[in-house]
Write a protein that binds this ligand. Structure first.
Ligand SMILES: Cc1cc2nc3c(=O)[nH]c(=O)nc-3n(C[C@H](O)[C@H](O)[C@H](O)COP(=O)(O)OP(=O)(O)OC[C@H]3O[C@@H](n4cnc5c(N)ncnc54)[C@H](O)[C@@H]3O)c2cc1C
Length: 381
């Protein structure tokens, strides 16, 4: 693995760096942390539109669908430069990181034309309807029904922990289309318009005080068959594709966010005269954790560029970023003491980090995957 940038990558980085210098809003994190969740989301949506209009959204997506047609390495450079410039994140996280790539992989030409550009421009926000009250780690236990009725499926059931459902225009929904089937068979992946009659979104209050995720109920929701992704009955394979993208890409977003916060913690410690040896050890350990995640991500990209296939790095990354971020947030609380509770960003991030080792598959499930698929150990259940 060679981390030296090629002339093309250097030119890409320099052009992007100069655009970011001119366009990243100043002091946005402090200003927007005081906004309501809806106002903050509207701000992030506007920022994504600016990034899209300038041609930087979907760096590695095909140009035919509004992307830049660049390499995965240039996509990684984009993410790192965004962090370096302290830029806001892009609003359509799930559309960009997992659902768009799944549509690129499994969609028909008509689906790609219909959906991809609107994901990049943030004109249509997406949510991920996988988990149910009895189907989380055991996703194959999905019970939400999709019964064929002519050229539609009729959906009935309930999803839970659906992030951004309150803001979403579309949902990537895993359903059971064959009522006699069990587990991985008989599942169908549907692209569902959240404005269809019968979709009922109920926000859930989290310990951060926000309602980032929701319960979503489906009562006789009619979904046209042309919105099946990857073919009727093939939902498990398509869902695994989404999960692979989720584990690999969300990590990078969190890694760069944590990196920005490490820099903020260092600056805040300086301001407050916190410079003892224990503090230095803890901050250095957090920085090393973060670098390990960054390099694991680059290793994953390097493997995909060489072999065309993702390796086990997705699960390793998922464990790495989520547990590293939790450790770092505890360090910030310890070092800043009561100040951390009145610093909107550190107070929020500490509480929010608890969910990191649950979302996108728990640490226990990721360790099972690494044990079984990387180390060749026997299946645990
Ligand atoms: C912040 C956040 C955002 C989320 N966003 C979304 C979203 O947008 N869309 C969506 O569909 N879901 C979302 N989820 C749900 C998430 O994917 C599930 O919570 C997760 O997969 C775990 O499922 P569960 O909650 O049903 O827990 P369970 O599966 O019931 O697990 C309970 C505990 O048992 C452990 N466990 C279970 N099975 C095993 C096993 N075989 N071996 C060892 N230990 C095991 C788990 O690790 C866990 O500690 C989100 C969750 C969070 C916290």
């Amino acid at each position: 693995m060679d981390l030296t940038l090629t002339p093309q990558e250097t030119a890409f980085r320099d052009e992007l760096r100069s655009w970011l210098q001119r366009n990243v809003p100043t002091n946005w994190e402090a200003d927007r942390r005081r906004d309501s969740m809806q106002e903050r989301f509207a701000f992030l949506r506007g920022w994504q539109k600016t990034v899209f209009d300038a041609g930087w959204a979907g760096v590695a997506w095909p140009t035919a669908y509004g992307g830049r047609g660049a390499t995965l390495m240039e996509q990684a450079i984009f993410t790192e430069e965004m962090a370096r410039a302290g830029a806001p994140q892009l609003a359509n996280t799930l559309g960009l990181s997992l659902i768009g790539p799944t549509i690129i992989q499994y969609g028909t030409d008509a689906q790609k034309t219909r959906f991809l550009q609107n994901i990049l421009s943030a004109d249509e926000i997406w949510c991920q309807g996988f988990s149910e009250p009895n189907a989380g780690s055991d996703l194959a236990n999905v019970r939400t029904r999709a019964d064929r009725d002519g050229d539609h499926f009729v959906v009935n059931g309930q999803k839970v922990w659906t992030s951004w459902a309150w803001a979403a225009d579309w949902c990537a929904l895993v359903t059971r289309s064959d009522p006699a089937s069990q587990k991985h068979a008989g599942l169908t992946y549907l692209l569902v318009d959240m404005k269809t009659p019968g979709v009922d979104v109920r926000p859930l209050k989290q310990m951060t005080g926000e309602s980032e995720f929701c319960e979503v109920f489906f009562h006789d929701v009619r979904v046209p068959v042309e919105h099946v992704l990857g073919g009727e009955g093939h939902g498990w394979q398509v869902a695994l594709g989404t999960l692979a993208h989720e584990r690999a890409t969300l990590g990078v977003i969190f890694q760069v966010q944590t990196r920005r916060q490490i820099d903020r913690l260092v600056a805040t410690c300086r301001e407050r005269g916190i410079d003892d040896a224990v503090a230095r050890q803890k901050v250095a350990a957090a920085y090393i954790d973060n670098e390990v995640v960054r390099l694991t991500h680059l290793r994953a990209i390097s493997r995909i560029m060489q072999t065309g296939k993702p390796g086990p790095e997705g699960s390793i990354l998922k464990i790495g970023w989520s547990e590293a971020n939790q450790r770092f947030q505890i360090v910030a609380q310890e070092l800043l003491g009561a100040h951390a509770d009145v610093d909107e960003e550190f107070a929020y991030s500490y509480l929010r980090s608890r969910g990191n080792t649950i979302e996108a598959g728990t640490s226990e499930i990721q360790r099972n995957i690494v044990a079984q698929h990387v180390l060749g150990l026997p299946k645990s259940y």
